[in-house]
Design a protein around this ligand. Structure first.
Ligand code: C2E
Ligand code: MG
Ligand code: MG
Length: 588
């Protein structure tokens, strides 16, 4: 934008020329109006070539809180807020003193100390020599817009509850910290902490007090680290401390980080008081060291793995990330990915183990799941059932087991020689608790045409950790169809005798860990005898699992056990006759 050259308006107007006077009056009137409009809208100041204020309008006085007398003769330095670096004003002066218009946003400070923002245009007026003789600055108050922008920024990068940086800002700080380690050679550390059982505090004392604890924890964390360290809140009860500029020597950096982590752990364990209530909670801490060689996206992940480890080791602990932890996690991730494929590619098979009567003749079978993986080979349930349960994949897989087993039962039912055989399937707690379970069993029976009287569902004691009444109701609905229930691995979990009596069970299965030492360990022998007594009292059948020797079978028989399962009578084998072309597994 070009500067404006000054004109001496009056010098060229002849005094007696009336039409011209009229024109002049009109021009002056118009100018007056323009000035009034400008004054009503903008903050205006005029300075001489050195920047000394020679004119200000009312709005300037209002916003700066200085009187006109105070401003005239002063420079704009009186309203300098210190917000902008020197280079900012150097650039401004360079621009206007060379005759060019400057535009920009400036943060000023009024006499009472308040900061305000103005969108500013400074126009130089040039003298005959082409150099500026004065500067007119026109400003608009944009404080509200700036505050809104600041608020939006704060909301995007800070946690509203504690005012700490949020995950986004933390990620950015990790990036900067990591880059800085390259030039400065030092190490950094990330300390991730999570309150143990915070949910209980929220549930028992209410979210309001829970929030107060989090705010106090944030303050305490800030006080326990250096000003230059970042304390952030990731969400919930998870906080992070980013320690920068540690020693380049990793051992020293580690010692320091562990000392700080210990200090944090103790500070948090000291308890909190809010609204007269005392709150106590320990924290688990995961720590990782990093420098520019660590992939930035891995830093938080590593601290998270270490935290997970701290929780697994019983909480209220500090754990350091190490690479073997990473390979365990990666292996887990690979297994989960393979299991998802296993569902799609139908890599599961059922094996069948005989359950024999006192004479050693098969009265039925238990269906046991196997995973045939192209590289891993045949995998037994211990290697994947837990993961299927955790991920929820047990639902489609369990449904496939149920349908396949029912089809097998139906096939046996068509042959005189096998029509009497029962078939037991294992049902995990998650599967049994699924609201659709009863309908699925009914459907599997209906579709296959299997005899429900020949189907056993094996549940473990862990299933009964939730609402027992509801579970009994569910069992009864299936009992009504003719399906029977076994309590599997009996003796390994916690069974209350009072509800054991009320469960509509047909059978107890003595866990093989008791059978194994039945002849050598008097305690195990006593437990097995007691279970057999108990079963007689509750009028339940008993199957002894894991029978491997004749002596074990004899002992059990002598104590009135009438059914056995174990390698002595046959291990789990594939039944080639079983049709295994179910596509239903993909259905869920
Ligand atoms: P479980 O239901 O108690 O099954 C008996 C386990 O003992 C089977 O292990 C079987 O192979 C093993 N076994 C049988 N006789 C002997 C013996 O004489 N000596 C020894 N040492 N072991 C014997 P498997 O097949 O590895 O299954 C382990 C567990 O996985 C099962 O224990 C069951 O809880 C679970 N499982 C198996 N298939 C399924 C399934 O389809 N669904 C669900 N949810 N769980 C299943
Ligand atoms: Mg079983
Ligand atoms: Mg068992």
């Amino acid at each position: 934008m070009a500067a404006i050259r000054e004109h001496r308006l009056c010098s060229w107007i002849p005094r007696r020329a009336n039409p011209l006077k009229r024109q002049l009056d009109e021009a002056l009137k118009e100018l007056g109006e323009l000035r009034a409009a400008l004054d009503a809208h903008a903050i205006v100041a005029i300075t001489d070539r050195r920047g000394v204020i020679i004119k200000v309008n009312e709005k300037f006085c209002q916003i700066s809180k200085y009187s006109r007398q105070e401003l005239l003769g002063a420079t704009h330095r009186v309203i300098n807020s210190g917000h902008h670096p020197k280079a900012f004003f150097d650039n401004l002066w360079r621009t206007i003193s060379s005759g060019r218009v400057w535009q920009g946003e400036i943060c000023n400070q009024s006499k009472d100390g308040r900061l305000y923002w103005v969108a500013t245009t400074i126009v130089p007026f040039l003298g005959d020599d082409g150099k500026p003789v004065r500067y007119v600055s026109i400003r608009a108050d944009i404080t509200q817009r700036k505050l809104a922008e600041q608020l939006a920024r704060k909301m995007a990068f800070y946690d509203p509850l504690t005012n700490l940086p949020n995950r986004r800002l933390l990620t950015d700080r990790i990036r900067h910290a990591s880059l800085a380690t390259r030039s400065q050679g030092h190490a950094c550390a990330l300390v991730l902490l999570d309150f143990d059982h915070f949910k209980e505090i929220n549930d028992t004392l209410g979210h309001n007090l829970g929030d107060k604890l989090l705010c106090q924890a944030a303050d305490r964390l800030r006080r326990n680290v250096r000003e230059s360290d970042t304390v952030a809140r990731l969400g919930g009860d998870e906080f992070v401390v980013l320690l920068e500029s540690l020693d380049a020597d990793l051992d020293s950096a580690l010692i320091k980080t562990m000392a700080i982590s210990e200090k944090i752990r103790n500070a948090m364990a000291a308890g909190f008081v809010a609204d007269g209530r005392h709150m106590h909670s320990t924290v688990s801490i995961g720590v990782t060291l990093f420098n520019d060689k660590t992939r930035q996206q891995d830093v938080l992940k590593q601290a998270d793995m270490a935290l997970y480890q701290a929780k697994a080791r019983g909480r209220n602990q500090i754990c350091l990330f190490d690479a073997s932890l990473q390979s365990a996690v990666e292996e887990h991730a690979k297994l989960m990915a393979d299991l998802r494929y296993a569902v799609i590619r139908q890599e599961f098979r059922l094996f069948y183990q005989p359950v024999v009567n006192a004479a050693g003749i098969p009265a039925g079978y238990e269906a046991l799941l196997r995973w045939e993986h192209p590289e891993r080979g045949r995998v037994s349930p211990a290697g994947f059932i837990g993961q299927l349960e955790q991920s929820g994949l047990i639902l489609p897989v369990g449904k496939w087991v149920l349908r396949t087993a029912c089809r097998q039962l139906e096939a046996w039912g068509r042959d005189q020689a096998t029509a009497h055989l029962t078939l037991a399937i294992n049902v995990s707690a998650k599967q049994f608790l699924d609201p659709d379970f009863v309908a699925e069993v009914r459907q599997a029976l209906a579709v296959s045409g299997a005899n429900p009287q020949r189907l056993y569902l094996e549940l473990t004691e862990s299933t009964f950790h939730s609402d027992v009444e509801q579970l009994i109701d569910k069992m009864n609905r299936l009992r009504h169809e003719g399906v029977r229930f076994s309590l599997d691995d009996f003796g390994t979990g916690y069974s209350s005798l009072s509800y054991l009596k009320r469960l509509p069970l047909a059978r107890l299965k003595i866990d093989r860990s008791f059978v194994r030492n039945i002849l050598t360990d008097p305690d195990d022998a006593a437990i097995v005898r007691t279970i057999l007594e108990l079963a007689r009292f509750l009028e339940l059948d008993v199957v002894a699992e894991g029978v491997e020797t004749m002596e074990q079978a004899d002992f059990l028989r002598a104590n009135h056990c009438a059914a056995f399962q174990g390698y002595l009578f046959g291990g789990p084998e594939p039944l080639e006759a079983v049709p295994s072309t179910d596509t239903d597994m993909r259905a869920r």
